[in-house]
Design a protein. Structure first.
Length: 277
């Protein structure tokens, strides 16, 4: 395990959620949410991230229903940390939070408080969806300023829940590419993705029917080629990330769903009969 990997893999602790959140078709704010949400208060996930044979990191997501400025919101928290040998080389403690509207899914506030090998950042973003301006509060630098964002833009965490809720399952077609707007790190991003079809994969929980996606990412410093990331999302009503695999210039990284609780719908799995004996 080298320092270059340690420097890059910390971005994957929660950056891999970028591909999770982007793994659905292009959505518009005007779409009606599903009658029954795919998530609920108290939902929690934990992911284990590997680099080759090394258990490099853990990432978790939790969800609570709260009130913010008189509005009913969901408060999501993301936490990532390196473990074992990776932590010895490159210590990471990352905290992400978002507050998004309980009805339309648009984010109101995003918090990023990170410590990555001594590099620290503490930023709070307030989203004004009427003016399309994001109010940036850089607490470390003690600076405040406005940055414009695209209509219906999501932050890193709110996108994950927004797309699960507004996902038009009947409209998606195999080998079709899509795009989504996201505002992160004071910049606007557009991700292109391709739906590869359905696949059942083996996991620690059993065999899980999944939707398979491939984000179209730029080759160069990190990735080997344009299509080097593959993502599997559960094909049930929960639409939860099951696995992601990425080939990078110094090897490959993959993340698996490790634990979960308080899902809003039954988790569709087939338990191996051998495991029952």
């Amino acid at each position: 395990m080298n320092v270059y990997f340690c420097e890059m893999q910390h971005k994957w602790i929660l950056y891999f959620l970028v591909f999770i959140l982007s793994s659905f078709s292009e959505l518009q704010h005007e779409k009606e949410p599903k009658p029954e949400l795919p998530f609920k208060d108290g939902e929690w996930f934990e992911f284990r991230i590997y680099y080759g044979i090394f258990n490099a990191s853990y990432a978790s997501l939790s969800l609570e229903k709260k009130e913010l400025d008189g509005k009913e919101v969901f408060h999501a928290k993301g936490y990532g940390r390196t473990t074992g040998l990776a932590r010895w080389f490159f210590k990471v403690e990352d905290h992400y939070e978002t507050y998004f509207d309980a009805e339309n899914g648009l984010p109101y506030k995003f918090i990023r408080d990170i410590d990555e090998g001594g590099y620290t950042k503490n930023v709070e973003i307030q989203f004004d969806h009427d003016s399309l301006l994001a109010r940036i509060n850089d607490k470390k630098k003690k600076e405040q300023y406005n940055v414009p964002f695209e209509p219906n833009a999501q932050d890193l965490l709110s996108s994950f829940y927004y797309l699960r809720n507004f996902y038009p399952e009947d409209e998606i077609k195999e080998n079709e590419s899509f795009s989504i707007n996201m505002f992160f790190d004071q910049e606007n991003y557009v991700f292109q993705l391709k739906f590869l079809g359905k696949e059942t994969i083996n996991t620690k929980f059993g065999k899980v029917p999944c939707l398979k996606f491939r984000p179209m990412v730029q080759s160069g410093r990190v990735f080997k080629e344009q299509e080097s990331v593959t993502l599997w999302v559960s094909a049930d009503k929960n639409k939860i990330p099951i696995r992601i695999q990425a080939d990078i210039v110094v090897g490959s990284i993959y993340a698996d769903l490790e634990n979960f609780k308080n899902l809003n719908h039954p988790f569709s799995i087939t338990v191996d009969q051998k495991l029952k004996k």
